[in-house]
Design a protein around this ligand. Sequence first.
Ligand code: AMP
Length: 216
Amino acid sequence: MRIILLGPPGAGKGTQSKELAGRLTLPHISTGDILRENVLAQTDLGKKAKDFMDKGELVPDKLVAKMLSERFAQPDIKSGFILDGYPRNLNQAKTLDGILSAKQMPVDLVVYLDTSDEVIIQRLTGRLVCSKCGANFHKTNMPPKIGSICDICAGKLYQRKDDLPETVKKRIEVYKNEASALIKYYKEKNILHTLSADGGANIVLREIIALSQNNS
Ligand code: AMP
């Protein structure tokens, strides 16, 4: 099964993708995660991407396309994948089609997680991420048991630089500029399903699983 989760930052794409990947035994491919790993490791790509990411802007398509092709060259995607954070614009959607059609692996399902601005801002500005295992917490929605320590691995929790209020606003704006063309593109392919992602994560997860079962 090949699934794309679309939606603004803060829609819960990462949370849902991780859960889904576990339940459907599929690899979770997050372009944001791969980029952050590159920034941390100070690779050439990471050095080029860092400034764009810190400002809440998109990393140039060419850089991300190369990174994605390399990821899709790995054997684990043969069983399918959950793609999160890509495509972000029409150009990327077409690049993805090119990569996947060469492998005769068309996308089965695109789920658009529709989310209101208030919910996005509340979720992102309160998000805490574990510096060791990457687990997500939230200052009020899902606080860690002890201070700024990860419940899972005891790593230190931090706030992502791009989750600061001004950058979140910029990210929402960047997303909205590109989203309608992307939604139209997948609607015309008849593979787009829209869900409201304002509610609890468990409800949204159940709905995505039902869609994946109906489309497999
Ligand atoms: P995310 O974790 O998906 O919110 O992504 C964090 C940041 O990584 C974004 O604000 C962009 O700067 C960059 N990024 C992630 N995915 C892409 C993409 N598909 N195209 C361009 N930039 C991306």
